[in-house]
Write a protein that binds this ligand. Sequence first.
Ligand code: PLP
Length: 400
Amino acid sequence: MSKLEFGPMPDAQGYFGEYGGQIIPPELQAVMNDIDKAYEEIRQMPEFQDELKTLFADYIGRPSALFHARRLSDKLGGAQIFLKREDLNHTGAHKVNHCLGEALLAKYMGKTKVIAETGAGQHGVALATACALVGIPCEIHMGQVDIEKEHPNVVKMKILGCTLIPVTRGTATLKDAVDSAFEEYLKDPQNYIYAIGSVVGPHPFPKMVRDFQSVIGEEAREQFLSRFGKLPDYLTACVGGGCNSIGLFTAFLNDEDVQMVGVEPAGKGLDTDQHSATLTLGKPGQIHGMKCYVLETEDGEPMPVHSIASGLDYPGVGPQHSYLKDLGRVQYATATDQECLDAYMTLSRVEGIIPALESSHAVAWAIRTAPTLSKDKTILINISGRGDKDADYVAELLKL
Ligand SMILES: Cc1ncc(COP(=O)(O)O)c(C=O)c1O
């Protein structure tokens, strides 16, 4: 296998090619640079590494399983499908990987409060969990629309002891929750830490969150090699902000023969204004302190976006994805709400695994693609989370 040339990313200023950076006032840049410095020091400390490694194993339950979905593969009659089971993690999704990292970092930095936004509630639950474990107060901002849609996660966050702030401004979804949480953070950035829910925001967050999530791909690469003596032909994962996908892709970036596909929500159709396909239809712009692909209105405002999966409706995307798209190293495809619902039901009924609506986007891509490939090809899907949280919503939509 020939080597590509992906060195360490981002550069010292936090750029992935032209994307990323710190598009924030100078005083905030100083705060972010302090976080970066502390992170770079703390991540090298053997006690930090040992604590995180132990918690990944004993608390989250890592490594997550690699499962050969034989019945689904047989049904589709093409490529063999494998699932990386992040849905089996404690809290039911990949978000806990970086939440534990961020909460531990906050503890090592002596911070007094952890603040974050949440979309589907997965990041909120994972962070509230990590903060309960580490013993740091936690405040989560969540759009009112998402609060109503994701009731089980809302209740869990309250049980876990975090302060939940409902956000009613704008479209009352993820973007507004990010704005609200960031405003709270700015009140005392010396003592608070913002625990971003994905590989987005100003440097160093896209790097930090990516590093904590990279365990997904590192494990998958090792599991595949040791079991089959080769790497998968395709990797696929859904893309909201982009952390579960970058977490899977990173370990494989230099494996030229491994093709990678990030799947964005086409919502009600790419020809409507009801989608969230940032890399597919957006253009380079700025949002939340970083340069990345953005979906904008004609006035240059972030577009109100839509996806059946709350965790994917974000008009920006991680800067590393923006860069990988321009380089052509990762392909970005889409799946509609309907395809996603079909995939949710198919995986549930054929394999007995209920995937999150977010993850179902990647499942939809695999279901569409596997029949076009020969049986000796392999597709590895990142099942980023479990779909119990979506069950009532799906049952209502499908009148089950
Ligand atoms: C289960 C699940 N998958 C995927 C995502 C999307 O986030 P990201 O693209 O950062 O992995 C979310 C967000 O809440 C989620 O809950």
